[in-house]
Ligand binder design. Structure first.
Ligand code: HSE
Length: 438
């Protein structure tokens, strides 16, 4: 049988890893795919040939990505350039040319996936994107296939390795934020624009995709609530630990009666949960389903070889499906395209969580009663309170409170009233809490 011919766009970290895996494991991959898989044409502007084992086995390497997608010999285009443009134009052109596409580009899928999948559906080709979420962890395959019998209730994921690395180092070693970020950049984990990591945009791209796969809704990145980790202070990490919690930057997708929650934010979770112990650059996704219960997927969420593992698995899937009826392939967003629903994605004000609150107040009688009174009037029940000892000569103290579940809108109102108290200094720090009970 003729080999399957690959057109590869990009020879950076993931592109280099993909060449290494496809050439290094070629024999075993061919046994699995049923066909030899050959990189026939690659395009890249800059690359370091000495760092890419197997590069010599690519038939043609140029610098024109459009020449690759227009090459009539190519069966599958692998897009590893990243970013929105020209990635979007290249992918749409490859589809128009009748080629299957594999991409690791989460930003592209989260923002332009609806358009791309519609084009692919019309043309009868596949766009595969396992590497776009949690790198090497096969979470997309799990949601689309392994868990297909279930009603998914919620997903909670550590889906940005850089952010998790920073929070872990802050907790364990008290290292400075900027220094840890620089290390993640050096290791090739961070995004080209690292604010995508620390402000939660990268995680929001991935959560948008997971939400669609779990609940059968179109991709809606603009409705995903996003809060980063840059405002987390070392004292919050320490106080959370005193209450038996860890702060993790989670992407949470949950189905409620009113609609779907899609939110990325720092979250207090009980330290006894397995996912609370996922540290460093590792990723993990906890999926709660009705039939199977909770399942946890753990592994490397970034890096050359782990991400290449997901890219090449997609290539093998497509190679296996090349002979099957296009209408019987696994649907892009897990549900049949005409079965996607318009269940609303909820605004953050309608989302209900428990809260960790930290505030600074005058150390004088009646202050705690006034704060507790406001919470009571707003229907917010307190689970635990701690007052830290004032330092020598300090007139103010830190108050830390854990609350029961309440909507964000009610909490916003209570926080505004507390901040307006004359005895309270500065803003109230708030971190959402989830018990993640199976
Ligand atoms: N910047 C991402 C991370 C890379 O740190 O997880 C993988 O998407």
């Amino acid at each position: 049988m003729e080999p399957v011919k690959i057109g590869l766009l990009g020879l950076g970290t993931v592109g280099g890893g993909t060449v290494s895996v496809l050439t290094g494991n070629a024999e075993e991959i061919a046994r699995r795919a049923g066909r030899e898989i050959r990189i026939a044409h690659a395009a890249a502007r800059d690359y370091d040939a000495s760092r890419i084992p197997g590069l010599e086995r690519i038939d043609t390497i140029g610098d024109d990505a459009f020449a690759v997608v227009d090459d009539p010999d190519i069966d599958i285009v692998i897009e590893l350039i990243g970013g929105y443009s020209p990635a979007r134009e290249l992918v749409l052109k490859a589809i128009e040319n009748g080629k299957h596409v594999v991409t690791a580009n989460k930003a592209l899928i989260a923002l332009h996936g609806n358009e791309i999948f519609a084009a692919a559906q019309a043309k009868g080709v596949t766009v595969a994107f396992e590497a776009a979420v949690a790198g090497g962890i096969p979470i997309i395959k799990a949601l689309r296939e392994g868990l297909a019998a279930n009603h998914v209730e919620w997903i909670a994921g550590i889906i940005n390795g850089t952010g998790n690395f920073i929070l872990t180092e802050m907790r364990d070693k008290g290292r400075a934020f900027a220094e840890v970020l620089a290390e993640a950049q050096q290791l090739g984990y961070a995004e080209a624009d690292p604010t995508f990591d620390v402000e939660g945009i990268d995680a929001a791209h991935k959560l948008t995709i997971l939400g669609s796969l779990a609940f059968g809704i179109p991709l809606q990145f603009d409705k995903t609530f996003t809060e980063g980790i840059s405002k987390i202070e070392p004292q919050d990490v320490a106080y959370a630990a005193e209450f038996g919690y860890r702060i993790k930057h989670l992407g949470i997708a949950r189905r409620t009666a009113a609609g779907i929650e899609l939110r990325v934010h720092p979250t207090l979770i009980p330290q006894r949960r397995l996912i609370a112990n996922v540290d460093g650059v590792m990723n993990a996704v906890l999926v709660k389903c009705d039939a199977v219960g909770p399942t946890l997927y753990y592994g490397a969420g970034a890096g050359a070889l782990p991400t290449a593992s997901a890219v090449v698995a997609d290539v093998i899937d497509i190679a296996r499906a090349l002979t099957s009826d296009p209408n019987n392939r696994v649907p892009h967003l897990a549900f049949q395209p005409d079965e996607l629903t318009d269940t609303p994605v909820l605004p953050i004000e309608a989302v209900e969580t428990a809260y960790y609150l930290r505030l600074t107040a005058l150390d004088r009688s009646g202050v705690m009663a006034a704060i507790a009174g406001i919470l009571g009037e707003e229907g917010i029940s307190i689970e635990a309170i701690k007052q830290k000892e004032p330092g020598e000569g300090d007139t103010h103290v830190s108050l830390i409170m854990l609350t029961h579940r309440v909507t964000e809108g009610d909490m916003n109102r209570a926080m505004a009233r507390i901040e307006a108290l004359e005895a309270v200094q500065g803003p109230v720090a708030r971190i959402r809490m989830e018990s993640l009970e199976g």
